[in-house]
Design a protein around this ligand. Structure first.
Ligand code: PEP
Ligand code: MG
Length: 953
């Protein structure tokens, strides 16, 4: 039955339909702040789309509204919208009068719907009890503010006793209200309530809360009232409307409180989100053995397996499951224990999953055999589960492949490629008896760290850069700041849907929960299990996928990408999307999406990159090979050579090394382009440091002054002296802006001609052996086209000579890096010579901002980011407005001159999803990043195509 909103009823009495009063004066139509769960008309009028409904009612409110609309059994109730929250904050924490009046009117409607009375204390009149819960637009698992049983007081509790003939239930409900109201609304520490309850249980030798008698509960009710009076100076409010108002205010306050801020920061949101307040008729899972309460996921949130995963507790209220206070039963058991309700539950949840086309996280209560749904939302899931569910749902044709790709985040992919424990090391730990305790495999991943027994310490240690494992009996929303600062979480109580598990999965933190053998002593800060006692600060390791904790630190290994079959398939789909013509080029012709190449210096890196799906090598930093022990002395000889003959001799010695390096790369990347960059860094990087040399020389001179030097020492002294004089002669104040890149090539041409010869000799040899090398020679740090004009023709001549000598032809390109702003500004001229551009965004950011990339991060840059002067570290995230603008200029001007100009990026930004999105829009052909980031970049490139791309098929 559709029930009119009280707002409309009230409005209908006071204002004619069109908002104009009888005497003709325009009257302001009142704003609707409050929505009954079945107020379809009211919601539809304001919120035109599902996302607008969520925006208005919050995720939880939207779910309750939508379930009601679909005929799912939901207890009647209403939602104070997120707009009330905004108004509450704007008014300095006050609920607008109009909104509160509407809430009161809504309560009257709910009373009619349920045939109960809020605060009902007349004999025979059934009191209406409600739950009050928060719910922002985005669900924030583990953050929920909840107060149950609002509406109980000293009188209504007796009415409940009379009606239910179940005094135990009535007083159990009352003591819960006092606890939750005390903690959530009044901010009293939970321990103040837990302690007397645990004390009573211990005194009577009880294990479970359910064993408490009516008298025990009555005495606890009194104790809890005393706690409230003692802690706040006020009595617990007996006026039920005051209870309701206080609860609503507490929820609204929580939206901008410390916990919400921590959460928002962790999620990378710009600000906290306003929350709605949901007031829902209480149904009771604690009304005896035909009642229960539970939470469930329609698919496994840990592994993604397609099977209902959840837990329930007979004769309990919701908080018991979520807080992990009692260990619940797996949902499958409900099929035997409550078959009728289970069947209905499975059908309702199946329908919800289909409707939302997503895995649902539901809460339910069975009151004396009748099922009620209290929540449905898209469930949070681990990276592994996100990928499996997306893939399975696409295969089940519930969603498209494109949607599947959109649902997986770059962070999910990143997580799956995180290091895991070395299996051999795990075996040794087991053999050595270092298993601490087992529990539920609540959130996968491996972590080692020092035990911290409370969230504040975990946060402090985390901020000092220490690896922390947070150990708690169970976690609560107040612990979130410490949880997110930890590498892993270990709890003694609670299951796979406990607070710790839900939050850990949300943030990708490995967690083992409910390891009930752990005996935690919070006073001494020790934990005992299996005959071992550990202290705060001791190292432990946790395996969140298997649910085991170990004593000490267990070494890790990188996971195998190829073995992650689901990820491999998903990324194949991502590549298919990127391969489509989703963009237009400068001439308006269709152009494919962005490719992902890799930065790799050695054949083994190139092999990894290829196996991770790279479509080319975007940067091989040749100088890295110069640092190897047998080569460095030759390089130094080459640099210090006093005559051309000595220099050439050294270069001749280096050539075979380089040729072998390049041959390996070409073989590994046969059929794909390999960009090899000619030497770039200032030469002093290959020589001993001037400071060290001065120290050595001074030491010898001091010794010589007082004593004499031995023959050996004297020789070494002379050598160091000579080296010092050479190094001093080469010293530059700003070497990063000095003799490096193409400037080096101009000053020491023999060095780069040797490199080009090595490249082409290798390419010809490899081609002869049956591979298909595709070398692209990259000249770094060009600032003026004349530099290229001087260098490139000579190098091309070397390439041709080598191919003629070898009698082999290979496809090749010569191009340059865009790293100096002037190169970007004059890209049109530079493209006359260069056949490709690759943006060296590390140097381009350095030179555009004028920040030294080596020093800025140590100095002011982090403060700049913290204070919001810069939105992000420009060496990690491309500065799209400044550096990006130069990239835009470079590609447009370059392609005006040379329409087929290949354009890529090979700085650190090539692996950052936001920067990749920019590169897609900029028209780049590829991004190049470290091999480990290739899978993430492939997904990000497909995301960019799906977000911005024009579908051509
Ligand atoms: C760059 O500057 O972005 C680049 C890739 O070169 P390097 O980091 O080697 O200077
Ligand atoms: Mg550079």
């Amino acid at each position: 039955m559709a029930v009119k909103t009280p707002t409309k009823q009230a409005a209908a009495k006071s204002t004619p339909k069109n908002g104009v009063s009888k005497n003709g004066a325009a009257k302001k139509q009142s704003k609707q702040w409050v929505f009954l769960f079945n107020d379809e008309k009211g919601v539809d009028k304001i919120a035109k789309s599902w996302s607008a409904v969520r925006e208005l009612l919050g995720g939880k409110g939207a779910g309750l509204f939508d379930m009601t609309r679909k005929g799912v059994p939901v207890p009647p109730g209403f939602t104070l919208s997120t707009e009330v929250c905004d108004a509450f904050v704007a008014a300095g924490n006050a609920i607008p009068k109009e909104a509160w009046d509407q809430a009161l009117a809504a309560m009257t409607v709910v009373e009619k719907q349920t045939n109960k009375k809020f605060g009902g204390n007349t004999p025979g009149q059934r009191p209406l009890l409600v739950s009050v819960r928060s719910g922002a637009r985005e669900s924030m698992p583990g953050m929920m503010e909840t107060v149950l049983n609002v509406g109980l007081n000293d009188v209504t509790v007796e009415e409940m006793v009379a009606i239910t003939k179940n005094p135990r239930f009535a007083y159990d409900s009352y003591r819960r209200l006092l606890m939750m109201f005390g903690a959530t609304v009044l901010g009293i520490d939970d321990e103040k309530f837990d302690e007397p309850m645990n004390h009573l249980k211990a005194k009577k030798g009880l294990k479970s809360d359910t064993e408490l008698t009516t008298d025990d509960l009555k005495s606890l009710v009194q104790t809890f009232k005393d706690v409230i009076k003692h802690e706040t100076g006020h009595d617990f409010p007996q006026d039920v409307y005051e209870q309701l108002r206080e609860c609503a205010m507490a929820v609204f306050r929580s939206a901008t409180g410390h916990k919400a801020k921590t959460y928002a920061k962790q999620m990378g949101w710009k600000s906290t989100l306003p929350t709605a307040v949901n007031v829902c008729t209480m149904v009771f899972g604690n009304m005896g053995d035909d009642s229960a309460t539970g939470v469930a996921f329609t698919r496994d949130p840990s592994t993604g397996e397609k099977k209902m995963m959840g837990e329930y507790l007979v004769n309990a209220q919701g908080e018991d499951v979520v807080a992990g206070i009692r260990t619940p039963k797996p949902i499958a058991e409900m099929a035997h224990e409550m078959p009728k309700a289970y069947k209905q539950f499975m059908s309702v949840t199946g329908m919800l999953e289909k409707k939302y086309q997503n895995m649902q996280d539901v809460e339910f209560t069975i009151e004396q055999g009748t099922l009620y749904m209290l929540q449905t939302r898209n469930g949070k899931r681990t990276a592994k589960s996100a990928i499996k569910i997306a893939l399975d749902m696409a295969k089940e044709k519930l969603i498209t492949k494109e949607e599947a790709i959109k649902r997986v985040t770059p962070a999910d992919v990143d997580f799956l490629l995180h290091p895991q424990f070395d299996e051999n090391q795990i075996k040794s730990a087991k053999d050595e008896g270092r298993v601490l305790a087992s529990g539920v495999n609540a959130s996968p991943g491996a972590a080692s760290g020092m035990l911290a027994f409370d969230a504040d310490l975990a946060q402090q240690w985390g901020s000092e850069g220490k690896a922390v494992i947070l150990l708690r009996p169970e976690t609560k929303p107040d612990d979130v700041h410490g949880m997110v600062a930890s590498k892993g979480i270990l709890t003694a109580r609670g299951g796979a849907t406990s607070h710790a598990a839900v939050v850990a999965r949300q943030f990708g933190i490995p967690a083992v929960c409910g390891a009930d053998l752990l005996q935690i002593n919070m006073t001494d800060r020790t934990v005992t299990a299996g005959g071992h006692t550990l202290h705060q600060g001791d190292w432990v390791s946790i395996d969140g996928a298997k649910g085991v904790s170990y004593i000490g630190q267990i070494p890790m290994v990188n996971p195998s990408f190829e073995e992650q079959a689901e990820l491999v398939t998903l990324l194949k789909w991502a590549d298919e999307i990127s391969a489509q013509n989703t963009r237009k080029d400068e001439a308006g012709k269709p152009r494919r999406g962005l490719q992902v190449w890799a930065n790799a210096d050695y054949p083994k890196d190139a092999e990894r990159a290829r196996s991770y799906g790279a479509k080319g090598i975007g940067l091989c930093r040749t100088e890295h090979m110069f640092f190897e022990t047998e080569r460095l002395p030759i390089v130094q000889r080459m640099i210090l050579a006093k005559d051309e003959g000595t220099r050439h001799q050294a270069l001749d010695e280096l050539l075979p090394f380089q040729r072998a390096d390049f041959a390996g790369l070409f073989k590994a990347m046969s059929g794909l382009p390999v960009i090899i960059r000619l030497i770039d860094p200032p030469l002093h990087e290959f020589l001993p440091s001037q400071e060290e040399l001065i120290k050595e020389v001074t030491r010898y001179e001091t010794k010589r002054h007082y004593d004499s030097l031995g023959e050996e020492e004297y020789r070494d002294y002379q050598k160091k002296l000579e080296l010092l004089s050479a190094v001093s002669a080469m010293h530059e104040q700003n070497p990063m802006m000095g003799l490096r890149g193409i400037r080096l090539g101009i000053m020491i041409p023999g060095l780069i001609t040797m490199q080009v010869r090595a490249i082409f000799e290798a390419a010809c040899d490899v081609k002869k052996a049956g591979s298909e090398p595709m070398p692209e020679v990259m000249i770094p740090l060009t600032g003026h086209v004349n530099e290229l004009k001087k260098v490139q023709p000579e190098l091309e001549r070397v390439a041709k000579d080598v191919m003629a000598e070898k009698g082999v032809k290979v496809k090749y390109k010569f191009g340059t890096m865009i790293e100096v702003p002037r190169a970007a500004l004059t890209a049109g001229e530079i493209a006359e010579v260069a056949q490709f551009f690759s943006v060296g965004s590390n140097d381009l950011s350095q030179l555009t901002f004028g920040y030294s990339r080596d020093d800025a991060e140590r100095g002011f840059l982090l403060k700049y980011v913290e204070d919001g002067i810069l939105p992000a570290n420009p060496f990690q995230k491309l500065d799209q407005t400044g550096v990006g603008r130069l990239m835009g200029l470079a590609i447009r001007e370059g392609r005006k001159t040379r329409p087929d100009l290949e354009f890529g990026i090979c700085g650190e930004h090539g692996g950052d999803p936001d920067s990749i999105d920019f590169c897609y829009r900029n028209g780049n052909d590829y991004v190049s990043c470290s091999p480990f980031r290739v899978p993430i970049a492939r997904l990000a490139a497909a995301h960019a195509a799906l977000t911005h791309g024009v579908k051509t098929k």
